[in-house]
Ligand binder design. Structure first.
Ligand code: ZN
Length: 249
């Protein structure tokens, strides 16, 4: 089975369209949440992802923008974008976001999907210590996660622990990096963020997973950055949300 794994789209329609345009043929989509928040096209992005499948785990921004998460600990730009998104989302889209399920969820034997970490949907798994804790609590040998907006992940077999970081050659072209999964050991795999990457690469990030060949392919797709930025500025959203897209931070 060929799986398309999408995460942290964050209402960036241009980035989502670029990813879907270059994604290979797939059987199912696993969506790891944060469909909305930050970007200027929440309704359009919801409408675009809905027909792609029915496997989702909810993200913190999906909850915040549909009024089911207290945003008092969000930074001011995130909070402003939540309020803007809540105001502009159609009622039926708010209802749809509200019913998205909490992770971890298992779409397939031996695989688990979460937004943050296996034990806390809002936790960021960035550092090795956090990854080891997450691996210790993981329900399956392979866990796909999002939330950090950093493409890559972690691998643990016995005492062999490593950080997975796809090594790209350019910063402007469409590129892919393959990861052949070993039979032994545990993986935490982050497809990266489509709509607001924070790993220093502005290109939209996603991944595919071939369940038979046990191969993950990381993608970086250039997209119409200027159009997405202009929409953010025209909408009156914080300028920083537009600027950070070109920095990938
Ligand atoms: Zn996110």
């Amino acid at each position: 089975m060929q799986v398309l794994i999408l995460s942290d789209i964050h209402a960036n329609l241009e980035a989502l369209e670029a990813c879907l345009a270059c994604a290979p043929a797939y059987d199912v989509v696993w969506n790891l949440g944060d469909i909305v928040g930050y970007g200027a096209n929440p309704n359009e992005v919801v409408a675009r992802v809905q027909p792609l499948g029915d496997f989702y785990v909810r993200g913190n921004h999906d909850r915040a923008c549909s009024g089911t998460l207290d945003i008092s600990n969000f930074n001011s730009q995130a909070a402003r974008s939540v309020r803007w998104t809540e105001k502009h989302l159609k009622t039926e889209n708010i209802e749809w976001l509200r019913q998205l399920p909490k992770g971890p969820l298992s779409p397939e034997n031996g695989v688990s999907c979460v937004h943050g970490s296996p034990h806390d949907e809002d936790e960021y798994v960035v550092h090795p210590g956090q990854a080891l804790e997450a691996l210790a609590r993981a329900a399956a040998p392979i866990t796909f996660f999002g939330h950090t907006h950093i493409q890559g992940g972690f691998f643990l077999a016995d005492s062999d622990f490593s950080t997975l970081l796809p090594d790209y050659e350019s910063n402007s072209e469409l590129e892919t990096v393959d990861l052949a999964l070993k039979e032994e050991g545990q993986y935490l795999i982050n497809p990266g963020s489509i709509g607001q990457p924070r790993d220093g690469d502005w290109r939209a990030a996603f991944a595919t997973f071939d369940t038979v060949e046990r191969r993950v392919t990381y993608y970086r797709a250039p997209y119409d950055l200027k159009a997405a930025q202009k929409k953010i500025l025209d909408a009156g959203l914080p300028e920083r949300l537009a600027l950070r897209l070109q920095q990938g931070k």
